[in-house]
Design a protein around this ligand. Structure first.
Ligand code: 1CP
Length: 342
C-alpha cells in the first residue's frame, strides 16, 4: 500500500485532504545532484543503467518533496528501439542523423520486441519501485506518436516542425504507417511499464499544439485514443498535449483519467471544455519559477483557487527550466502542500 496516494485518489475523483503536486521534468538539470551524475555518464548511459535511472528518479522526491516520482528516461528511447539512431547533444537537444523522409527510410523502422530493446526501462522501474518503498506513486510515460514522428522525420528539435508536417501532408499514407508502428510499439512499451510496476502513465504530446484541430484529430488523437484504450483499465492515464486546448473535450472522451494543460488557458475554461468528470493537471508557467519566492507563493495560491478543491493535480504547464533555483522549485511544492481551503 502506498503511503502517499494523493495523486491516485485525485485521478479517481475522490476527495483528498489537499491538492497533490509534482513537476514535469522534475528529475533534471536544475538539481545539482543530477548535474553531478550528468558529469560522469552519458545521457543514454544514465537511462540504460537501472541504478542511475533509479537514483535520478528519486532525487526530486527527497530534495523537493513532490507527491510522485516520474521515471528518468526520455521519449526518444522509443524511436531508438524502433531502429533509428538517436544522439543527445549537450545543451542543444536530440539529434537523429538519419531521419525518415521516404518509403525507403521507413524500411529501416520496425515494431520491436520491447522486452529485448527496452527491457532496461522495465528493470529500472522494478528497482525504483523497490527503492521508493511505497512512499509515493511512480509515473511511467511515453511520447505521443505525433510528437515522436516530429523527431523521427525532422531529425531534431524545432519551433515549427515544418518538415514533419510537410511529410504528413505530402505523404499521408507513409505518415499513417509510421504513426501506427509507433502506436503499436508504444502500447507494448506501456504495458511493459505497467507490468514492471508503474502506477500512473503520462502521454507527452509536446507538439500536439502545432496542429490545427482537424489535423490534431487525424495525426495525433486517433493514435492516442488507441493507446489510452489499451491501458486505461490497468492504470490511470494522463494525456498532456501542449497547446491542444481546443480538443480537451475529445481528449476527455478517450477514457483518460487526467488531462495536462499549459499556462495559456484559464483553468475555468479548461474545466468547461474538459467537463467535470476528469482530473486536470497544471498549469503554472515554468518561467514564473524564476520570480522571487513571495511572488511564486502568491501566484501558486491564485492557481489553486482558480482550479478549486478536488480533481486537480498541481504541476507546471511544461517542463521545469534548467535555470530555476532549487529553493524556488521547493517553494512551488511547499505552497501547494501547505495551502488550506477556507
Ligand atoms: O543531459 C541532459 O540533462 C539532457 C536533458 C534531458 C533530460 C533531463 C533530456 C534531453 N531528456 C531528459 C529527461 C526526460 N525527458 C524526462 C525525465 C523525467 C522527468 O523528470 O520528467 C522526461 C519525462 C522527458 C520527456 C521528453 N523528452 C519530452 C516530453 C516532455 C517535454 O518536455 O515536452 C520531449 C519533447 C523530449 C525530447 C527531449 N529530450 C531532451 C531534450 C532537451 C528534449 C527536448 C528537445 C526539444 O525541445 O525539442
Amino acid at each position: 500500500m502506498l503511503q502517499n496516494d494523493l495523486i491516485l485518489r485525485t485521478l479517481r475523483g475522490e476527495k483528498t485532504e489537499r491538492t497533490p503536486v509534482w513537476m514535469m521534468r522534475q528529475a533534471g538539470r536544475y538539481l545539482p545532484e543530477y548535474i553531478a551524475i550528468r558529469n560522469k555518464y552519458g545521457f543514454f548511459e544514465r537511462c540504460q543503467t537501472p541504478a542511475l535511472a533509479c537514483e535520478i528518479t528519486i532525487q526530486p522526491v527527497d530534495i523537493v518533496g513532490v507527491d510522485a516520482a516520474i521515471l528518468f528516461s526520455d521519449i526518444l528511447v522509443v524511436p531508438q528501439a524502433m531502429g533509428l539512431e538517436v544522439q543527445l547533444k549537450e545543451n542543444i537537444g536530440p539529434l537523429l542523423p538519419d531521419p525518415i523522409k521516404s518509403i525507403a527510410d521507413l524500411a529501416r523502422v520496425r515494431v520491436p520486441d520491447v522486452d529485448e530493446t527496452l527491457g532496461y526501462v522495465f528493470d529500472a522501474i522494478k528497482l525504483i519501485k523497490q527503492e521508493l518503498n511505497n512512499r509515493v506513486p511512480l509515473i511511467g510515460f511515453a511520447g505521443a506518436p505525433w510528437t515522436l514522428l516530429c523527431y523521427m522525420v525532422q531529425g531534431k528539435g524545432s519551433k515549427t516542425f515544418d518538415e514533419a508536417k510537410a511529410f504528413c501532408f505530402t505523404q499521408p499514407e507513409l505518415a499513417h504507417q509510421l504513426l501506427q508502428m509507433i502506436t503499436d510499439t508504444t502500447i507494448a512499451y506501456l504495458k511493459g511499464q505497467i507490468k514492471a510496476g508503474a502506477d500512473v502513465l503520462q502521454i507527452f504530446d509536446s507538439w500536439g499544439g502545432l496542429l490545427s484541430p482537424a489535423d490534431f484529430e487525424l495525426l495525433s488523437l486517433q493514435y492516442i485514443r488507441q493507446i489510452v484504450a489499451a491501458i486505461k483499465d490497468d492504470v490511470p492515464t494522463i494525456i498532456f498535449a501542449k497547446g491542444a486546448w481546443h480538443s480537451l473535450d475529445a481528449m476527455a472522451a478517450t477514457g483518460a483519467a487526467g488531462l495536462g494543460i499549459d499556462w495559456c488557458i484559464k483553468p475555468e475554461m479548461a474545466r468547461q471544455f474538459a467537463g467535470k468528470d476528469i482530473t486536470l493537471q497544471g498549469n503554472f508557467d515554468p518561467a514564473k519559477l524564476l520570480s522571487p519566492i513571495p511572488v511564486i507563493e502568491k501566484e501558486v495560491k491564485t492557481m489553486l483557487q482558480a482550479f478549486g478543491p478536488g480533481r486537480h493535480i498541481a504541476n507546471l504547464g511544461h517542463g521545469i527550466l534548467p535555470n530555476v533555483p532549487v529553493d524556488h522549485a521547493r517553494a512551488f511544492v511547499n505552497t501547494v502542500k501547505e495551502y488550506q481551503w477556507s
